[in-house]
Design a protein around this ligand. Structure first.
Ligand code: ADP
Length: 264
């Protein structure tokens, strides 16, 4: 027997406004930083060529400036991507994407590191998800970041398995698994937070910004799904993106992208 109901109404306008101000601020600062950083990068590169008659010691210092400017560029680019993902969500159109082509394309960016570490990569895409309906840039970012981490945090002769399959209720399960160093359980709940790193020194040494997984989480949600991590220290890690059927299934009236990726 229902005897009553309680309704709670909250005005969230101010909270949203402040959130918006924060996002705009981060996006503007990142944008403004781009030009001076590009100048520092460019000039340090030119100076390091030695054309201006510098000593070896001075050249070494200039190369250090260049390396740091490159790190700043990566950081600013990631901050901008995150700010955009948070404030406007997906920017491109949803189109038909050939998943296997996209994965292979992403893998070419890491071919050198995979080769030099003598790693083995196995890709398996189920027939039902050979073509999916999605926003290619967001999905490419997600795959790129997860694959980059799998390679980066693996030792020599490690293995990476990239799998796309359909699970219960038509859910697409996209998994990137490695046999690398793994992550201690205590870190897992905070792993997708901005700037959260398990080992700051190591992450910096391998060129990480600490923002990759935060962006992955935002894009996975913007694509209509979520992302989870499973890991054991010394055994490896698995990152799983799950997309419900309605957010990936090809609709008959959706335009196809020739070649599959990145064209939108
Ligand atoms: P980063 O730019 O530092 O790689 P991410 O947000 O991509 O930042 O990842 C956050 C942290 O999670 C990393 O610093 C690393 O410690 C850990 N991590 C991410 N992926 C893996 C992986 N495949 N194996 C082990 N550790 C990982």
């Amino acid at each position: 027997k229902v005897i009553g109901a309680a309704v709670l109404l909250m005005d969230r306008t101010e909270v949203w406004r402040l959130e918006r101000v924060r996002q705009d601020f981060v996006a503007n600062v990142s944008h403004e930083l781009r030009t001076p950083i590009a100048a520092i990068r460019g000039w340090s590169e030119t100076l390091a060529t030695g054309e201006f008659g510098m000593t070896d010691f001075a050249k070494e210092q200039v190369l250090t400036i260049n390396r740091h400017a490159e790190r700043l560029t990566a950081l600013v680019n990631d901050l901008l991507t995150l700010a955009r993902a948070e404030s406007v969500g997906l920017q491109g159109r949803l189109v038909e994407v050939r998943l296997r082509v996209l994965i292979d394309e992403v893998l070419t960016h890491f071919a050198e590191e995979i080769e030099s570490k003598q790693m083995r990569v196995t890709v398996s895409v189920a027939a039902e998800v050979e073509r999916i309906h999605t926003e290619p840039r967001a999905l490419e970012y997600v795959l790129r970041n997860l694959i980059e981490n799998a390679v980066k945090y693996s030792l020599d002769e490690g293995e990476v398995f990239i799998t796309a399959e359909v699970r219960k209720k038509g859910r697409l399960r996209l998994s990137v698994r490695d046999t690398g160093q793994g992550i201690d359980k205590q870190h897992l709940p905070r792993l997708f937070e901005r700037f959260y790193r398990v080992d700051k020194g190591r992450s910096r040494a391998v060129g990480g910004t600490g923002l990759g997984l935060a962006i992955v989480k935002h894009f996975a949600q913007a694509l209509g799904g979520d992302v989870k991590v499973y890991s054991e220290v010394g055994e490896g890690s698995e990152f799983v993106v799950r997309l419900p059927r309605e957010s990936w299934e090809v609709q008959p009236n959706v335009a196809a992208v020739p070649g599959g990726v990145g064209a939108a």
